[in-house]
Design a protein around this ligand. Structure first.
Ligand SMILES: [Zn+2]
Length: 423
């Protein structure tokens, strides 16, 4: 079902986990046609549908390998489309090859020599910012290289060692990191059932791999016994601002059953970005609650609920004095009282709008291109942001345009801006 044109971090992570012991070139299937802009995540997805990208996880699993570049690279390339870039890579390759040959032949029972220093270190020695040293290329450049008689294997090796895409040198650090990250996006093209199976695997990958940045905390349990989890992200000792991000309060957002799972998937995408690029947290702390209503997200087809939690209570009509009927609402309320966030952003679909705090709305609408802003908080209706607002928390409800249009990159830009303001 390729109509699910959403970021599929879950799918890619699952794929990457399957590839962990197998990082051969054949398994890496790069080939985007253009570098996506901040605004074009939907287009990115469309492109990725036909031309899968190298994934973040694949980059991570292939990076430590640091396959020693072979002399063939230097020998086989004659004319390159971008001579400056190729010259730089040639010199890197030559240096690497020289370093390699200077090591005396190891006896069979001696352990293999230590791995090459990361390619990014070698780029750094040339004065190239380290975030340029990712696998960066375009299909166009690949074709040019092939046209210039550079054989396919060599092109792939240049990609492996980190082809320098010249215009990246002109970008800001933020743009480079985000553009690198967009290369990790891949369409989810399976069924919703497969997606629901993949989400826990994605969660496990993120939760287990970034212990320095992420602290996982279970703040409660759903009525059906599923864990209600939060993830604290910080990159400093004493964060100056706490920003809580909540997702999938409605397991069903009005398009098809379980479409709230796309919100959780978006949460994981954003979490993965900050796990990989914690410097953008600045002095802020992000607290992710990626699935407020897991029973609703996992509601079976014949269940009456889905939008609501399993007892039929709509959590976004439950955050009001005298209400708080659902165990999931109570757990979240108590957790909020414990954490005392400064900001709360609650993600939903699919009305293409933001509600609540005007300055937050301005930032989000600018970066995500959401259409409409409404100043209402829904306090009297029992909205989560209404409750937060009454507690003095700056709060915003983000309604994505559609599950095919979730602009996680726009959200990352918006969150970066908010995190910068915390400094
Ligand atoms: Zn909703």
């Amino acid at each position: 079902m390729h109509k699910f044109l959403n970021i599929s971090i879950s799918a890619l992570l699952f794929a990457a986990m399957m590839l962990c012991s197998c990082t051969s070139r054949e398994t890496i299937n790069p080939g985007n046609t253009s570098v996506p802009s901040e605004q074009s995540i939907a287009h990115t997805h469309l492109e990725a549908e036909t031309t899968p990208r190298t994934t973040v996880a694949e980059i991570k699993t292939s990076a430590p390998e640091q396959t020693l570049p072979t002399q063939t690279i230097v020998e086989t390339q004659t004319t390159a489309p971008n001579s400056t870039v190729i010259e730089e890579i040639k010199s890197l390759e030559t240096t690497a090859a020289e370093e390699k040959t200077s090591v005396s032949e190891p006896a069979e029972d001696i352990e293999p020599p230590a791995a090459e220093p990361p390619v990014v270190d070698r780029f750094a020695s040339l004065g190239i910012p380290e975030d340029v040293g990712y696998s960066y290329y375009t299909e166009e450049i690949r074709e040019q290289m092939l046209e210039h008689g550079i054989d396919y294997d060599t092109v792939e090796q240049l990609i492996d060692v980190g082809f320098i895409f010249p215009e990246m040198l002109e970008m800001s650090h933020e743009e480079r990191c985000i553009r690198s990250f967009t290369h990790s996006f891949r369409h989810f093209d399976g069924s919703i059932e497969e997606m629901l199976e993949l989400l826990p695997k994605t969660e496990a990958y993120i939760a287990e791999n970034y212990p320095d940045i992420i602290t996982k905390h279970q703040y409660g349990s759903s009525v059906q016994g599923r864990s209600l989890d939060a993830y604290f992200f910080s990159n400093c000792e004493e964060p100056k601002q706490k920003i809580m991000l909540t997702f999938a309060m409605h397991g069903y957002e009005g398009d098809f059953r379980n479409d709230g799972a796309f919100l959780t998937e978006s949460a994981y995408a954003i979490m993965l970005f900050y796990a990989e690029n914690p410097e953008f947290l600045g002095e802020a702390q992000l607290i992710f609650c990626p699935m407020l209503n897991p029973d609703g997200v996992y509601a079976p087809k014949n269940a009456k609920y889905g939008r609501e939690q399993s007892e039929g209570i709509d959590m976004n009509r439950d955050f009001k004095k005298g209400l708080f009927r659902a165990a999931e609402s109570i757990a979240l309320r108590d957790f909020m009282q414990e954490v005392e966030p400064d900001i709360l952003i609650d993600f939903h679909g699919w009305l293409n709008a933001t509600y609540g705090d005007s300055s937050l709305a301005k930032i989000f609408n600018k970066h995500t291109k959401l259409y409409h802003w409404d100043k209402q908080y829904g306090s009297s209706q029992g909205y989560l942001i209404g409750y937060a607002h009454k507690q003095g928390i700056r709060s915003l409800l983000v309604e994505h345009e559609h599950f095919t249009e979730i602009n996680s990159i726009g959200i990352i830009y918006a969150l970066n801006e908010i995190c910068r303001k915390a400094e």
